[in-house]
Write a protein that binds this ligand. Structure first.
Ligand SMILES: [Mn+2]
Length: 322
């Protein structure tokens, strides 16, 4: 790397975001504006809080699509004197954070970040991809579909979404993908992304994931439930997405996944219909009495609960939603 290839400023910037399509596109937008910025992908808001607490060197840290769970609110409070923190989100939250916060509902987190950072306009098509994968029918998505064709945007969304699921804990792939996408190309134009997409299609992972959920989903009232999802019963990387799809087809209002991980189980809950109870708040309430930690957005929340208390969790949730 020659002199002048990086600016010291960029390296002082850090984005912490999720590892899904919305997160990868957000990272691409960030890298378009700040090419040498640090990027960290996390799987939960609690993990985000941990990463945030460990970063003592970046001047400016962006938290994108990370719900302000109690851990995070506390970490932000402790750090905001010494570092500039910005929270970008697309779901309302019942918890307030002390730092600069930009929340817009009805669009992807990548969309909020795009309008805040104003990268090159070529990246608009990637924002359309993020909006589509997040089920957000935005004016931007409409425009990009008119420009490139609905099918193209549909196809590219599937390419990126399938690709990262091939090896779900491969953050190096995510970074390389985001770095390439930061040039404003389509996902299918990035070799490593295309290659992984093709492999996921060839292995029929999506239809196999759906079939597996179909055979083991339990429907209780409005809840579509998968429990005892240990590591040997994977959904080929599609996890909650496959569960939500099947639960939706079965007419459920909520999808609940419970994964025992030794002493604790990780739980994720999704609201599928327009009106659902505030799941983030429910999870906060439940975990403050019976669990370890948890929280999230009204339509998507997660928790860690002691293994064995899954039934209790389901009973409480059923009571709350009925
Ligand atoms: Mn998102």
């Amino acid at each position: 790397m020659g002199q002048g290839c990086f600016s010291r400023d960029d390296r002082d910037k850090h984005i912490i975001t999720r590892g899904n399509v919305d997160g990868i596109v957000s990272a691409a937008i960030f890298l378009n504006r700040f090419p040498t910025a640090k990027v960290t992908f996390v799987t939960s808001p609690t993990a985000g809080a941990k990463v945030l607490s460990l970063d003592t060197s970046s001047d400016q840290i962006y938290l994108v699509d990370i719900a302000p769970v109690p851990d995070l609110v506390e970490t932000v409070r402790a750090k905001m004197q010494s570092q500039s923190l910005t929270l970008i989100d697309h779901h309302p939250s019942s918890l307030a954070v002390d730092c600069t916060t930009l929340v817009k509902e009805g669009v992807s987190a990548a969309n909020v970040l795009f309008h805040h950072l104003l990268p090159e306009v070529r990246l608009r098509k990637l924002v359309a991809v993020a909006d589509l994968v997040e089920y957000m029918p935005t004016p931007l998505l409409d425009e990009e579909m008119r420009r490139y064709g609905r099918q193209r945007v549909d196809q590219e969304s599937m390419v990126l979404d399938f690709a990262w699921r091939l090896i779900i804990d491969d953050d190096r792939f995510r970074y390389i993908a985001a770095k390439a996408l930061a040039q404003g190309v389509w996902p299918s134009q990035v070799d490593s992304v295309k290659r992984r997409y093709i492999q996921v299609v060839n292995e029929k992972r999506w239809p196999r994931a759906l079939a597996k959920v179909d055979s083991s989903i339990k429907v209780r009232g409005p809840l579509g439930i998968m429990d005892e999802m240990d590591r040997s019963r994977t959904l080929y990387g599609f996890g909650t997405r496959a569960l939500v799809e099947v639960a939706y087809r079965r007419g459920c209002g909520y999808a609940v996944m419970i994964n025992p991980r030794g002493k604790y189980s990780s739980v994720s809950v999704r609201g599928i219909t327009q009106e659902s109870v505030d799941l983030g708040r429910f999870v906060e309430d439940f975990t403050s009495e019976n669990g370890v930690d948890g929280g999230g957005h009204p339509k998507a929340a997660g928790a860690r609960i002691p293994t064995g208390s899954g039934e209790l969790f389901l009973d409480h949730l059923l009571e709350r939603v009925s």
